[in-house]
Design a protein around this ligand. Structure first.
Ligand code: CA
Length: 428
């Protein structure tokens, strides 16, 4: 049995073109096969409206008459058949030759001319730790003799994060201050973090809720997930090292997190499913985290990239340098397993809750999804093509995450940009 959101239909046909010209270019993230949802407004006085990205435009969903509200949580909470019906209706209206072209052309705006918001009001935020290559490399830095704790291969490790500081692509934040313990010191210092880092992650967004006390089975998990975005979980490594024991991440993580503006739906990701398998010798997931479907198609093939643009690059008109590449397939747990595990004790999830994957590093050292990994804990600065170097982020640096799905027989789709910029620490 396959999850209903993973079924392929006419909306995935790679040959379909749109009457929106920019949706037909080879490099667009938003061809008609994608149709992700987000929120936009013309100015700050206006309430958020729900839009669909198509090429370099945004379609005002309310103006098409397909919905009669502007409540993204309500849209996300639709059943899978309702979600599929909306996707088909959008595809029908936007495809080349559609009778709706004249009507819908008036509902189309340039993305560059509107403000894109968070894709929805963010509910609770949980961050997992599914990147086993990240967990192993970082574990070695913190605990050389014992990098991967014995629970790692059995239980999807996570912690409760903070939703209030989550911002959308374009977010700028001041370098945080905090307590740190300098090497060899016995008393902590206080000041701006000297080891500011990014984390390349993806986030799954809950649509359909579950009642308190009612776990979501692995068979139903994906029907509760609405879509996926990119996520940068900014981290202050020196603050983290001093504060993380015994209760885990706290102020090292909650000063800013950045997400991309478009919810790429589970339906849009259907052509990019992948086999989920464990390396030889690793334990298989426990029964409540296992299903035939999860094994055959539970993983997702999403290619990920991290780009850095320094102030020097910006001044020179240089759009940035790629620091690393990896893939969501390298995650140790699937998105369905994360949701099922999160609810197995009866915890209730609600529309707009966000589940971070954890840092998605690839198996090779140059595929580290954070500077902590790429610089071996700050010991080996990386050299940039323009002659600059970095161990950790400097003021003015922008980090840009990108993601895309590409496969033989399918149209390439992308996630848009997840861009964030570090500002100097604020005066106290
Ligand atoms: Ca993280």
């Amino acid at each position: 049995m396959s999850a209903p959101s993973s079924r392929l239909d006419a909306t995935h046909n790679p040959d379909t073109l749109s009457w929106v010209e920019s949706a037909n270019t080879q490099d667009t993230d938003f061809p008609i096969q994608n149709l992700p949802f987000g929120r936009f407004r013309h100015n700050r006085l206006e309430p958020w409206r729900i839009g669909v990205a198509i090429g370099d435009r945004v379609l005002d969903l309310h103006a098409t008459g397909l919905i009669d509200h502007s409540d993204m949580h309500r849209l996300m909470a639709q059943t899978v058949p309702e979600r599929r019906a909306l996707r088909v209706a959008l595809w029908e209206g936007l495809r080349e030759g559609s009778a709706l072209q004249k009507l819908w052309a008036d509902a189309l705006l340039r993305q560059s001319e509107v403000e894109l918001g968070l894709p929805c009001e963010v509910g609770d935020y949980t961050d997992f730790y599914t990147g086993i290559h990240h967990a192993t490399t970082v574990g070695k830095l913190f605990r050389p003799e014992n990098p991967l704790l014995p629970n790692y291969k059995w239980v999807p490790i996570g912690y409760h994060g903070r939703a209030s500081s989550i911002g959308v692509s374009g977010q700028q934040f001041h370098r945080p201050r905090g307590q740190t313990l300098k090497p060899g010191a016995t008393v902590p210092d206080f000041g701006p973090t000297a080891r500011l880092d990014y984390e390349l992650e993806m986030a799954a967004w809950v649509g359909v809720d579950n009642a308190l006390g009612a776990p979501v089975s692995i068979a139903n998990a994906e029907s509760h997930l609405f879509g996926v975005t990119l996520l940068n979980d900014w981290s202050a490594r020196d603050v983290q090292a001093w504060e993380y024991q015994p209760l885990g991440p706290f102020l090292a993580k909650n000063f800013a997190s950045t997400v991309s503006p478009w919810l790429v739906t589970m339906e849009a990701l259907a052509p990019f499913r992948a086999v989920f398998e464990r390396p030889e010798g690793d334990p298989q997931p426990m029964a409540y985290l296992d299903s035939e479907y999860n094994r055959s198609a539970g993983a997702l093939d999403v290619q990920l990239e991290v780009w850095l643009q320094t102030p020097t690059m910006r001044a020179a008109g240089n759009t940035g340098e790629c620091l690393s590449r990896s893939n969501l397939r390298d995650a140790y747990w699937t998105l369905a397993q994360l949701l099922t595990h999160h609810t197995v004790n009866g915890c209730n999830m609600r529309a707009g809750d966000m589940l971070g994957t954890g840092t998605l590093s690839g198996p090779a050292p140059e595929q580290g999804g954070s500077l902590l990994e790429l610089t071996q804990g700050g010991k080996a600065p990386i050299s940039l093509a323009n002659g600059e170097t970095r161990t950790f982020l400097q003021d003015g640096d922008s980090i840009i995450l990108r993601g895309s799905c590409q496969r033989e027989g399918a149209r390439r789709i992308g996630f848009g940009e997840c861009r964030g910029t570090v500002l100097a620490a604020r005066d106290l």
